[in-house]
Every structure is written in structure tokens, then in C-alpha cells.
Design a protein around this ligand. Structure first.
Ligand SMILES: [Zn+2]
Length: 429
């Protein structure tokens, strides 16, 4: 049975606006889309009709950068005595290294590690599931998730959400590069055949200061051969920029805490962009999260390299007091910038509309922001055959907004969250 969904405003993506139109869904897939005029001229009496009336329908949102496992950390303490003891030891270790300097980005990362390591596996999974529920309720129907553990793959792979799981890797030497990359490769090759049609796997080298040169080489080669997407934190923190320029910074304390051997960039005194160029990556497979420390003149080089950017404005402002210049970067990376929430450890919620509002406040027009939330990110993640817009042949992933005053299609952006969320034609909310 086919179902026709209708509403006052239909924003199918790719900057289109349809007034009083609709679309047909069969077996979770969109099989046709109609303007008001076309609807008046065809007989759809054999189909079920769901008329949302004075509402706005958009494609489901795609979160370009998230760590759902950190949703509940810092909010409650583990119940297990062993984990409480572990926390105590880790906190003591931190005190010895940081000596009271607790207001830096490095200290924030170490706190995150302590909080996470002080939870039992069940508590971590509960934290992840809480994030997943929050993301869905905010209209996220596809997510780029960064983590190391296989259990999150299992959860996402059996959940209706479309998921791109980026497995984190690190290395502080040539030997650990070989070992850690091999672990990733085995995991990737073992899990790939298990992926449902809406689960995908990529690799996440955490950030430049945690990746040995040899690991970058292994990742570049594997990505070229297997078309694997690479998602890394880049030019996020002032400490990272200092590390790139001098080989040392507050990041040294993180290395010490994690018992990580000190690594340095091969060539010092070079900018973040120069460093990026020396990595010789297949750049059209690369997503850089944040880049909020780059100068505006670097945006042109990002565009020439062909990378994509995961822009997490609220997390950037909370952690670093600044974010990238969105209109300026879009001049060089049009269609290559997605929005992300990052984790709740550096954000207030996982609601993508709240990131969108910052993009609108930065002066970007609503239809461009909507594409950043949907089809642009689907293209960045190379999942636009499946989702990202309301188009014939794609999965029926869409949101319904019912603003009080819906005279103008833009009113949906003022809603707190969508009233209904559909993935593959199934109503989840
Ligand atoms: Zn992140």
C-alpha cells in the first residue's frame, strides 16, 4: 500500500520549496513527489493519505559530528566501588601532572577521559542510548558517530537511524601505528559484511597530536584503496596550534597522562594548513571537524584540497570561545560543510536545530542551512543515494514541524524540535 504525505510546506532539499504538495511512500521508500497542481490532476484514491495540514515537512537532519557515548558523563557517578576507586587514582594522577591548572582544553580532555573510564560498560552503553534517544527526538535521522568500541556499532546497526561509525585510532610510534592500524583494519573487514543497508564504517584518526606520521601514511593508503572516509578533529584548539608550530604545548600533559610517547610534527614552524598538505591524504575522503583556529585565508586552501568540514558552533564557542566564519568558509566549501553537535560534554543538547540557529545568526540563508543539515552532509558522507532529501528512490526520512504561525515556510526554524520523525517511512516520534 502506498501512502501519500501532504502538508502546507514541503522543503524536499536542494533549495526547493513546494507549497501544498506531497509525496508517495511505499515500503519505506519515496516513489513520487508532487506539486499542488500535479496533486490536483492525478487519482490517488487507492492510496492512504496522511495530511499534516498547516505543517512543514523537511528531510531528516544529519549530525556530522557526534560522540553519543559521552551523553551522560559528568552527570552521575558510577555505582561500582571499583570504578570509584579508579576515578580517585586517575584524579590524583591528573593533579600531579596539571598542578591545579584546570581551565585548559587539555585539562578538559583529561576530565572527559577520567569520567568515561570511571563508568562500567553498562553505564557507558546507557549513556550512549540516552544520546541516541535525544538525537532522534531532535530530528536526527542520520549520524556520524566517533568512538572506538564495537558495541556502539552493534547498537547503531540494529537501530533504525542511518549511521556512519568512525572508529577512532591513535598511535605514538611506528610500532603502535602498525599495531593499531592492523586492529582497525581487522575490525573494519570483519564488520563490513555485517552492516545493514543504512550502516557505514569509516576511520577517525583522533587529532594531529595523537597520530604518528606512520599511522597517517597507513590511513592514507587504505582510504585510497578502499574508499574509506577519514574523520579527524583538526585545528580545534589553541594548544594544538602551538603544538603544530613548536612541537610542544599544554598537549604534552595529555600525552603524559595517557602515557603516550611525545610526538611532534615532522616540520615545525609550519601552519596547520601546511601540516595538512604534508599528510598527502585522499582529501575528498577527509572530513575535518571544527577548524575553528584557522585563519580565513586558509579556507581557500581547504576548498582547493577538496576536504569537507564538520562545523560544531556551540561546542567550539563553549570550549574555545570562537568558531569558524561560516559565510566566509562557504565561499570556498559550498556544499562541503555539515553541522554537528559534538558530544554533550561540550554542548547543552543534541538538537541540530540549535546548531542551525547559530548558522542562521551568522548570516547564512535558511535554505542553505537546511541543505547543510541534510543533503550536503549526505553527500559529504556519500550516503546521498539513501537519504538527505525527499526525492524519488530515497528512503522516506523526514520531519514534520507544526509551528503556530506557518504563513511562511521559514517558521519551522523557530520550533524547538520536530513534532514527528520518520525514518524509512516508519514514524518513530
Ligand atoms: Zn569531537
Amino acid at each position: 500500500m502506498k501512502t501519500l504525505y501532504k502538508s502546507k510546506w514541503l522543503l524536499p532539499g536542494n533549495r526547493k520549496v513546494i507549497e501544498n504538495g506531497g509525496f508517495l511512500v511505499e515500503n519505506g521508500v519515496i516513489c513520487d513527489i508532487f506539486t499542488a497542481e500535479q496533486l490536483g490532476n492525478i487519482d490517488l484514491s487507492a492510496c492512504d493519505t496522511v495530511d499534516f495540514g498547516n505543517a512543514t515537512i523537511t528531510p531528516g537532519f544529519i549530525n556530522t559530528h557526534a560522540h553519543l557515548q559521552y551523553t551522560e558523563i559528568g552527570k552521575k557517578r558510577s555505582k561500582s566501588l571499583v570504578n570509584r576507586l579508579r576515578r580517585l587514582i586517575l584524579e590524583l594522577r591528573k593533579q600531579l601532572i596539571f598542578k591545579g591548572q584546570n581551565k585548559t582544553f587539555t585539562s578538559w580532555i583529561v576530565d572527559l577521559i577520567i569520567e568515561y573510564m570511571s563508568l562500567s560498560e553498562k553505564e557507558r552503553i546507557d549513556s550512549f542510548n540516552s544520546g541516541l534517544r535525544q538525537a532522534l527526538s531532535g530530528g536526527t535521522t542520520a549520524i556520524a558517530q566517533l568512538s572506538r568500541e564495537e558495541v556502539y556499532f552493534d547498537i547503531l546497526n540494529s537501530s533504525p537511524i542511518n549511521a556512519y561509525i568512525f572508529f577512532e585510532v591513535y598511535a605514538d610510534s611506528e610500532e603502535s601505528s602498525e599495531k593499531n592500524f592492523d586492529d582497525f583494519r581487522k575490525k573494519y573487514e570483519r564488520l563490513l559484511p555485517k552492516c545493514s543497508k543504512n550502516t557505514f564504517i569509516g576511520i577517525s584518526p583522533h587529532a594531529p597530536y595523537n597520530i604518528h606520521r606512520h599511522l597517517w601514511e597507513k590511513i592514507a593508503e587504505y582510504s585510497r584503496q578502499n574508499d574509506v572516509l577519514i574523520h579527524t578533529h583538526f585545528a580545534e584548539a589553541a594548544e594544538e596550534m602551538k603544538w603544530l608550530a613548536t612541537g610542544h604545548s599544554d598537549i604534552d600533559k595529555l600525552h603524559k597522562f595517557a602515557m603516550f610517547k611525545h610526538i611532534e610534527p615532522d616540520k615545525k614552524e609550519s601552519s596547520a594548513i601546511e601540516y595538512l598538505k604534508t599528510l598527502n591524504l585522499p582529501y575528498n575522503n577527509v572530513i575535518l571537524a571544527h577548524v575553528c583556529q584557522l585563519a580565513q585565508e586558509d579556507y581557500k586552501t581547504l576548498g582547493e584540497l577538496g576536504v569537507a568540514v564538520a562545523h560544531c558552533p556551540r561546542s567550539n564557542i563553549k570550549l574555545h570561545g570562537r568558531t569558524l566564519n561560516l559565510p566566509a568558509i562557504l565561499e570556498h566549501l559550498s556544499g562541503r560543510v555539515g553541522l554537528g553537535t559534538d558530544s554533550l560534554y561540550s554542548n547543552d543538547d543534541l538538537n541540530m536545530l540549535n546548531e542551525a540557529r547559530l548558522a542562521l545568526n551568522a548570516g547564512v540563508d535558511l535554505l542553505t542551512v537546511l541543505d547543510m543539515l541534510t543533503i550536503d552532509t549526505a553527500r559529504i558522507l556519500k550516503i546521498d543515494h539513501l537519504t538527505g532529501s525527499i526525492e524519488k528512490g530515497k528512503q522516506a526520512d523526514f520531519l514534520v514541524f507544526k509551528p503556530d504561525n506557518n504563513l511562511d515556510y521559514s517558521a519551522f526554524a523557530n520550533c524547538e524540535k520536530p513534532d514527528n520523525v520518520f525514518i524509512a517511512g516508519k514514524q518513530l516520534i
